[in-house]
Design a protein around this ligand. Structure first.
Ligand SMILES: Nc1ncnc2c1ncn2[C@@H]1O[C@H](COP(=O)(O)OP(=O)(O)OP(=O)(O)O)[C@@H](O)[C@H]1O
Length: 944
């Protein structure tokens, strides 16, 4: 069997060989125009050459994405583009070609005659690694049937860039089935978040363009997305597949040119999206045609020769004109020619005194409009609205549509809900010029009937790919059924509905949280099956109102500092605070509302977040996301499912506690008997995760704090913390901390092995706020942060900090100053590498704002921390060695105390209660003391 290195060398040789041929093809193509007979032919050739060069791929692209070996030993390489040698032998076949299909369709159950499928991981044309699926082995390994292969996992784990990437390398069999479904149908693809609906829809376009190339060109295809941001995010995929001229638009782009920016009441917006508006507009438009009632006859002149028409006569001509197929304007032209014909026949001798030229009369009887002018007049006239509304609308609805017109048409500002109406009118007035043989509608689940009409009006054939997720359907037109959407997309073609079942984007830990919303958000929908684990559990950050923005921004900055794309998904009510915080901290950020996305910090509204994804997301204030939409739980589901790796939830509601569990379901505050909506009752679930940069941060499940340091014993509504081993009972105390290779590790015997636990590292909270020279004030002021000052003794301490119940604001603009020295912002502090004898392996953010929790009762009382520190058997195994070990032990002791506090928080969570600010403060004060004079406190404790 060949070694990996041998395989790589052989494959690279082939890649280089193919690349040489590709460059030869390129040179030949580039030379072609110069050989043309004349300038016109050369220009045509050049265009053709450009298109063919696109199809060839760039010189830096990998020539192939994979290869397949059939059972007879024949090999075929698959890539983005076909590459041939001098004899026109195919070296690499393009992925859309029928010959490539088996690369995607082969499965363990039906190998399609393949023995092996190899997927390459490349940088440019350099192969970095490859992964093989050996079908016979796969079939044998039943356990692996649903397991994603390595190549797929690699792709899913890569950093996101703010632009969607193609998935040619790793299209899955079920996805490929939809990609190559026949053109002549209306294909509906339902699938949960991250199941690849958008990817499938885009690759389907490319596949159709290749396989129906005789009848379908790029100009025949339209892709419609929900927002400009989404369109920007997805628009590079098709060019990367060699399909450059496919039209990609967002739904807000179908309208005549008007000024946008009017905001409207949701009730009005909803009404304007209603399909009944189509009837109203049509009636209103044709209500403007005809001779006004009460006018039996009219007179006009044709070149000075008077003509008289009776009203009946004109109305008959109007009726005849309206029967001809065509737009309002075309019918008007017919009307005009009929009128002119009659006029010519009937015109008498020239006579003065008839003032109205025939064209003016025609304009009065059948006015010509622009869509905007017509709609402005209609909305501005209650009478016209009432007439057009007929029986189909209530008086209230008519009143909602009525509005004062702007002074001039050029000053009229239009709302988003007006746009489909303008578009509909434009279609009535002039017809729709741009029609497409295939239309892809992404995120279709939210579109209003009038928006869907805009799409349908552009279909020449009824062939469409409609993708979306009912469970993510929000907004004023949130749907529970696909039929409610499809009734507005009429098609003569068969309608086929398919479902994508595997979730590729969202890691298991995150989806386990998000899917708990589904029973409330979309009861009939089956959750997708996630295919991979993420690097971390979701992190819940408990904050108070003042601390929210800081915590969210800090979390985002931390991710951004690792080069990740991170979205702060923020409901409108907190947007300002977040933007201010970003400004104060001088953080460069991008706004989805301006269609900017990329690495670093992005600020995104929950609605804008649809269809997008990021390496990390910070979801701000779940309850307000829920409040932002009638289907707020779905909106939160959307927000929670945007991450490919890390999720932070930042909110004022504690993620635990009997009085207010993390209210992912929103609504009324829960009582003790209310089932916990996110399953935090479930003892197997981590109540929260302590924030950490570790690859897998320590969660509340990771060790057994109660066994390690003590336990909470509820008594009369107050749970008391009882440290185990108090009074020096080392023998029976399980280890609380241990010194191992200069690291402080924490855990009990039942905890994870030290290698895992040592990620826990040192708890260095609180210390950063230590006063320079007044140890009595040594106490934490802001437990949201966890950095250690580079030099603790240089820090100033706000004089009134001990009286504050809210975290001290450490921002530039509101930084407290003590003795003229401003308190430095948290971001200025570098955690130390070394504390005493201990190497700092990790800093962990303290669960924030416990000191400011407002949950009244029941409460947890935390006993004095002193006895807790005695259980340091790894350091001080018996009293005689106390003195010698005192400095190290003292430091370890104080740090242990901090750990114990965190354990206390954890336990508080586990007993589903919260710590009273006063109690908590007592603990923190005590730790402050210990930290202020560690040796003394340590010695005391060990002696005591
Ligand atoms: N076969 C695959 N190989 C590699 N990556 C894939 C594959 N299928 C999907 N993905 C990736 O999964 C992520 C989610 O895909 P996509 O955005 O198409 O999902 P979606 O179903 O449209 O999600 P949403 O409902 O949130 O809009 C993308 O990063 C996409 O590239």
């Amino acid at each position: 069997m060949e070694s990996v290195a041998e395989v790589l060398a052989a494959e690279q040789k082939y890649f280089d060989h193919v690349s040489d041929h590709r460059e030869r093809m390129r040179r030949r193509l580039l030379e072609a125009p110069t050989a043309a007979a004349n300038a016109g032919a050369a220009a045509r050739l050049r265009k053709d050459v450009e298109a063919r060069l696109e199809r060839l791929g760039g010189p830096d692209e990998a020539v192939a994405v994979g290869r397949m070996d059939d059972e007879d030993g024949d090999v075929l390489y698959v890539g983005h583009h076909t590459i041939t040698d001098d004899d026109s032998e195919v070296l690499v076949v393009n992925w859309q070609a029928p010959a490539a299909a088996r690369y995607y369709t082969a499965t363990h159950a039906d190998t399609a005659g393949l023995a092996l499928k190899r997927t390459f991981e490349c940088r440019g044309n350099l192969i970095e690694s490859y992964s093989d699926v050996v079908f016979r082995q796969l079939a044998a390994a039943v356990a692996e049937l649903e397991a994603p292969d390595d190549a797929l996992l690699d792709d899913l784990n890569r950093d996101r860039t703010g632009q969607m990437q193609d998935i040619v390398r790793t299209i899955q069999a079920a996805q490929f089935d939809l990609i190559r479904a026949p053109l002549e149908q209306l294909l509906v693809v339902q699938g949960g978040p991250g199941t690849g609906k958008t990817a499938v829809a885009l690759h389907r376009v490319s596949w159709l363009l290749f396989n129906y190339r005789d009848t379908l060109s790029a100009a025949d295809v339209l892709i419609v997305g929900p927002t400009p941001t989404f369109t920007r995010y997805t628009r590079t995929v098709l060019p990367s597949l060699g399909d450059i001229s496919v039209v990609q638009r967002d739904i807000g782009q179908f309208h005549p040119p008007v000024r946008r920016g009017r905001t409207e009441d949701p009730e009005v917006v909803r009404l304007k999206g209603d399909g009944r508006l189509a009837g109203l507009l049509r009636r209103a438009l044709y209500d403007r045609v005809g001779v006004p009632a009460g006018q039996p006859a009219v007179e006009a002149h044709l070149d000075g020769r008077p003509v008289v028409f009776t009203a009946d006569e004109i109305n008959q001509i109007v009726a005849r004109s309206r029967q001809t197929p065509g737009s309002f304007t075309q019918q008007r032209q017919i009307f005009r020619s009929l009128m002119v014909n009659v006029g010519m026949d009937r015109a008498r001798e020239r006579r003065l005194g008839v003032r109205t030229p025939l064209d003016q009369l025609i304009e009065r009887i059948w006015p010509s409009f622009t869509a905007a002018a017509f709609l402005r007049e209609l909305f501005g006239s209650r009478d016209r609205l009432i007439a057009a509304a007929g029986e189909a609308f209530t008086a209230r609805e008519v009143a909602l549509l009525h509005r004062r017109a702007g002074e001039r048409i050029t000053e009229e500002i239009w709302s988003e809900a007006d746009l489909p109406l303008l578009d509909f009118l434009e279609g009535l007035l002039h017809g729709i010029d741009e029609r497409y043989a295939h239309i892809v509608v992404d995120e279709a689940q939210d579109l209003s009937p009038m928006q869907l009409r805009s799409v349908a009006a552009r279909s020449s054939s009824g062939s469409m790919t409609v993708v979306g997720d009912i469970a993510q359907s929000t907004g004023l037109w949130a749907r529970d059924e696909w039929d409610d959407i499809l009734e507005h997309l009429p098609s003569q073609l068969p309608q086929v509905t398919a479902e994508l079942r595997y979730g590729y984007r969202v890691p298991r830990q995150v989806f386990e949280l998000a899917e708990r919303l589904l029973p409330v958000a979309a009861p009939g929908i089956t959750a997708p099956q996630v295919v991979r684990d993420g690097p971390a559990d979701p992190v819940f950050r408990l904050v108070d109102d003042d601390g929210r923005a800081a915590v969210a921004v800090e979390a985002a900055m931390a991710h951004a500092s690792h080069g990740r794309s991170v979205a702060i998904i923020c409901p409108a009510v907190h947007r300002w605070a977040i933007e201010s915080e970003l400004a104060v901290r001088d953080v460069a950020w991008r706004a989805a509302s301006r269609s900017e996305l990329g690495q670093g910090v992005n600020l995104v509204s929950p609605h804008e977040a649809k269809g997008l994804e990021f390496d990390a997301t910070v979801v701000v204030e779940p309850k307000d996301i829920i409040a932002e939409d009638e289907r707020g739980h779905r909106l939160l589901y959307v927000a929670l499912t945007r991450t490919t790796r890390y999720l932070h939830v930042v909110g004022v509601l504690p993620p635990f506690g009997a009085t207010e569990p993390l209210s992912l379901t929103g609504g009324e505050p829960s009582t003790g008997s209310t089932p916990d909506p996110v399953g935090l009752d479930d003892p197997d679930r981590a109540a929260f995760t302590w924030e950490s940069d570790a690859a897998s941060p320590v969660t509340s499940r990771d060790f057994e704090p109660a066994e390690a340091v003590g336990e909470f014993r509820p008594s009369g509504g107050v749970a008391e913390f009882q440290p185990v081993g108090a009074g020096g009972d080392f023998e029976h105390a399980p280890p609380v901390s241990d010194l191992e290779q200069d690291r402080l590790v924490v855990g009990s015997e039942r905890a994870r092995p030290a290698s895992d636990v040592d990620r826990f590292g040192l708890m260095v909270g609180y210390e950063r706020m230590r006063p320079a020279d007044n140890h009595e004030q040594s106490r934490p002021a802001d437990t949201r942060e966890q950095s250690w000052p580079a030099d603790a003794h240089e820090q100033s301490w706000p004089a009134d900090a001990h009286e504050r119940s809210e975290p001290v604001d450490t921002h530039e603009h509101a930084r407290p100053a003590v003795g003229g020295e401003p308190v430095r912002p948290v971001s200025d502090f570098e955690p130390p590498r070394q504390i005493g004898d201990f190497e700092v392996t990790r800093t962990i953010t303290v669960v924030p704002a416990v000191g400011t929790a407002t949950v009244p009762s029941p409460r947890v009382e935390v006993a004095e921390p002193a006895p807790m520190a005695v259980a340091v058997p790894g350091v001080v195994s018996d009293p005689p060695t106390v003195k010698a070990a005192a400095p190290a032990a003292a430091r370890a002791g104080s740090l242990t105390a901090q750990i114990i506090e965190l354990v206390a928080v954890e336990l508080a969570g586990q007993v589903r209660e919260n710590v009273q600010p006063a109690q908590w403060q007592a603990v923190l004060d005590r730790v402050g003391e210990l930290l202020a004079s560690p040796s003394e406190a340590g010695a005391d404790r060990h002696q005591g």
